[in-house]
Design a protein around this ligand. Structure first.
Ligand code: PFF
Length: 450
């Protein structure tokens, strides 16, 4: 597709809503609280925010620069910018990682369908935490979970088949503000729970002695996952930006709003965890067991519950649309497939690995590699390894290889103040982000100790 034929997002709000739409999803509401819970709460949060500032915003800006400059898919972007095949590796990492994430993400997105139905039935009258626990385990280990995974991927397919400009922007424009307001209402509700102070202390009071290599790896992976970074999702989306979009401002606003939503999710979940006597380190089931308890306790709980799971489903959809677009843009532009075939291929791969991931909570529970089932393995390999690796390559590429004039032109450096800001971003891309990523990897793998 030539530069002039490519679709563009229409408005500034549209750009913000679609990038936030990609970033905000299960990563914030489901993954952030459970990762924070497993990794000690406050310590995780502190490290997480540090990574968002020194790696997240610079790498998001770098992806935007590459995408809007080349107006290309992730693989084609590196091909256009440099002859060496090495840089294209980053494109391959992005495409593989996006398909892995789409597969396991759809399993959890499928759970939201089931929870919409359960909300309508008031969770079959479950009154205790044990009953909700049992319901969750029974559901996720059954074939029903596979059916919902496939149903979710079908809905995703029907939307992405039609292309980027149709619908994503309009849907995100409405959805994101509504989601924000609802989450705020839930935060206020949680602050009045008996376990509120314990929950807030857990989330916001860092215990420095609990910052381990695992916490660093977890927080870094979470920052990449939550901001949709390191796999070229933002390269792909920004290839549709107009020349008027302010890249640095968009990266900062996206990161800020995304982090705020994750913090909201923490404020909603942890007071409830302590109120209902759950363990914060429950893992992936945490949110799905704790939220229903909150709703069952609220006035008009059933209405809130349905509304919440519908919004969570839609927020997941705006994220899966963006991760699907990564491989679809590659298949159509580099492999010359029709959009229809590219979409089918993307969906078929995700259906296969999505099914295996869903079954890893039940019949395939014992199929493990290094102690991890399929779901866990896909999550770990993509979020903790591939995304930071992709992010490191992107930051080195923009920091060291790309022409300075391209960066200055894309970031629209017109004043000395802006030039100073851009210098800080370039410094982070050249030194801070690659060093942090490398150190975290080495400490996570046990090569260095501190
Ligand atoms: N950032 C999304 C979330 O937090 O739910 C997940 C995601 C979307 C990851 C798009 C990667 C991606 F390309």
């Amino acid at each position: 597709m030539s530069k002039s034929e490519r679709a563009q997002f229409a408005t500034r709000l549209g750009v913000l809503a679609t990038t936030v739409g990609s970033a905000v999803g299960l990563g914030n509401i489901w993954r952030f609280p459970y990762e924070a819970g497993v990794h000690g709460g406050g310590a995780f949060m502190l490290v997480y925010i540090f990574f968002v500032l020194v790696i997240g915003i610079p790498v998001a800006t770098a992806e935007f620069i590459i995408g809007r400059h080349t107006h290309s898919n992730v693989y084609g972007a590196f091909r256009k910018l440099h002859d060496s095949p090495f840089w294209k590796v980053s494109g391959v990492i992005g495409i593989v990682a996006s398909l892995m994430i789409l597969s396991f993400y759809s399993v959890v997105a499928g759970w939201t369908f089931e929870y919409i139905l359960r909300s309508l039935q008031n969770f079959n009258g479950a009154e205790t935490q044990e009953a909700l626990h049992a319901q969750f385990n029974q559901f996720t280990s059954s074939w029903e979970s596979v059916v919902w995974t496939l149903a979710f991927l079908l809905v995703n397919y029907l939307i992405i088949r039609r292309g980027v400009q149709n619908g994503i922007e309009k849907m995100s424009n409405i959805l994101m503000p509504v989601l924000f307001v609802i989450l705020l209402a839930f935060c206020v509700n949680s602050l009045f729970m008996p376990g509120a102070s314990q929950g807030l202390e857990f989330l916001f009071k860092p215990d420095f002695s609990s910052i381990t290599p695992q916490v660093l790896m977890g927080a870094m992976g979470q920052a990449f996952f939550s901001l949709s970074l390191g796999l070229g999702g933002l390269i792909t989306y920004s290839s549709y930006f107009s020349s008027k979009t302010r890249l640095l401002g968009s990266a900062a606003s996206m990161a800020g709003l995304d982090t705020l939503v994750a913090i909201f999710a923490g404020i909603i979940i942890f007071p409830a965890v302590f109120t209902f006597g759950e363990s914060p380190a429950e893992g992936p089931k945490l949110v799905f067991e704790v939220l229903p308890s909150i709703f069952l306790d609220m006035k008009f709980g059933q209405v809130w519950s349905v509304l919440f799971f519908v919004l969570l489903f839609l927020a997941s959809l705006t994220s899966t649309i963006s991760m699907s677009e990564i491989s679809i843009a590659y298949f159509t532009e580099e492999r010359h497939m029709s959009r229809r075939n590219a979409t089918l291929l993307n969906t078929a791969i995700a259906m296969l690995f999505g099914t295996l991931s869903a079954l890893s909570f039940g019949p395939l529970r014992h199929m493990t590699v290094c102690g991890r089932g399929v779901f866990d393995l896909l999550d770990y390999l993509s979020s903790t390894i591939l995304l930071p690796l992709g992010g490191m390559i992107i930051s080195i590429f923009v920091g060291w290889v790309i022409k300075r004039s391209v960066i200055y032109e894309q970031l629209d450096v017109v004043s000395p103040a802006k030039a100073r800001l851009v210098k800080v971003v370039i410094f982070c891309l050249r030194y801070v982000a690659p060093t942090c990523i490398l150190l975290v990897f080495l400490s996570g793998l046990g090569v260095i100790r501190f």
